[in-house]
Design a protein around this ligand. Structure first.
Ligand code: ADE
Ligand code: ZN
Length: 349
């Protein structure tokens, strides 16, 4: 149960790669690789502020969340047509397949696009086309989660929800993302209440850069069923106990946290302490095109930095499947597949 990447690396690496797992925290606009960004810019006659892919990548040296968001929103400006959204999401799904992902719940930021005159219908149609194709050609189950931008007003979130209602069946839930500090969850309590009435699933970014209190208010005031990031919980023992007791899933993104300077190095990341405490932790890539790795890379680097083993791999994959919003029958099938794979490596005592 304890073999780490360093002692029996091949076995553990194979398990990490092949075990069925869900990705629950991926901003699909954050999967836009520079090569595709340049191709779409050319297709749509848009001038990017960088001469080539290499100089763009060189600008991916972030100091905090805001320094990333500024570049991320600029990058999303190349997305104009239904085909652009489909191409971006399809590229992600191909990577997901290679990483052993069986279930992906994609965040998208419609306000970023609507503000540029791109209709909700275009965004949703492109993303849904990729989701259908992923199901048919790759066997990946997926759904969309619409995120409200928290640096904008609640009134604007309500207007976005109104525009999304004709597409109600095309997304399963809502989330809250963008600049965290100074934009507490309570700012959006009314719009999330309306979303709950509509039967939408609820998630929210909280405790990425912001204080542990934002995690409490995302749970208490928004009705969040999962917390995106949540790493700042480590500062608040009472909150930790609640999260453990209620098994609130936390969608942790280790490479993101390093790239955005939340923690200095992966070795400083609290992931091992969080697992040890019994939190329902999952691993995720957040914005893989910007943060240097997709889901498997997050697993590999995290396992290496913390000398995690087979038992941790099983726990993380299991947590991700249990915490997903997939239908129960699908979840049971994946959990069974995970058990079959894992117990072939590590016989039951
Ligand atoms: N939007 C895209 N990535 C994000 C992140 N890591 N935090 C908040 N909002 C985001
Ligand atoms: Zn995120």
């Amino acid at each position: 149960m304890t073999s780490s990447l360093s002692d029996s690396g091949n076995t553990l690496e194979h398990l990490l790669r092949t075990m069925p797992k869900a990705e629950l925290h991926i901003h699909i606009e954050g999967s836009l690789e520079p090569e595709l960004m340049f191709a779409l810019a050319e297709r749509n006659h848009i001038q990017l502020g960088y001469p080539d892919v290499d100089s763009l990548r060189a600008a991916y040296a972030f100091t905090d969340l805001q320094s990333f968001l500024d570049i991320y929103y600029a990058g999303a400006s190349v997305l104009c047509t239904r085909q652009d959204f489909e191409d971006m999401a399809w590229a992600y799904f191909k990577r997901a397949k290679a990483d052993g992902i069986v279930r992906a719940e994609l965040f998208f930021d419609p306000q970023t696009h609507i503000a540029r005159g791109i209709p909700m219908a275009v965004v949703v149609a492109g993303l849904k086309a990729a989701c259908s194709r992923a199901r048919q050609e790759l066997g990946i189950s997926s759904d969309l989660i619409l995120c409200f931008l928290r640096h904008l007003s609640e009134e604007e979130a309500f207007a976005t929800l109104e525009q999304a209602l004709p597409f109600r069946d095309d997304f399963i839930g809502v989330g809250l993302d963008s600049s965290e500090k100074g934009h507490p969850p309570e700012k959006f309590a009314r719009v999330f209440a309306r979303c709950r009435e509509l039967g939408l699933r609820i998630v929210a970014h909280a405790g990425e850069e912001g204080p542990p209190e934002y995690i409490e208010s995302a749970l208490n005031l928004l009705g969040a069923e999962r917390i995106d990031h949540g790493v700042q919980a480590i500062q608040a023992p009472g909150l930790m106990q609640r999260l453990v007791n209620q098994q609130v899933p936390l969608t942790v993104c280790p490479l993101s946290n390093i790239k955005l300077c939340v923690f200095k190095t992966l070795a400083d990341h609290p992931i091992a302490r969080m697992l040890e405490a019994g939190l329902c932790v999952t691993l995720n890539s957040d914005d893989p095109a910007y943060f240097g790795g997709y889901l498997l890379e997050n697993y590999l680097q995290t396992f290496k930095a913390h000398d995690l083993g087979m038992g941790h791999a099983y726990t993380l994959a299991r947590n991700s499947l249990v915490a997903s919003f997939a239908p129960a029958t699908e979840k049971q099938r994946w959990l069974h597949d995970l058990d079959s794979l894992f117990f072939a490596y590590v016989p039951r005592q």
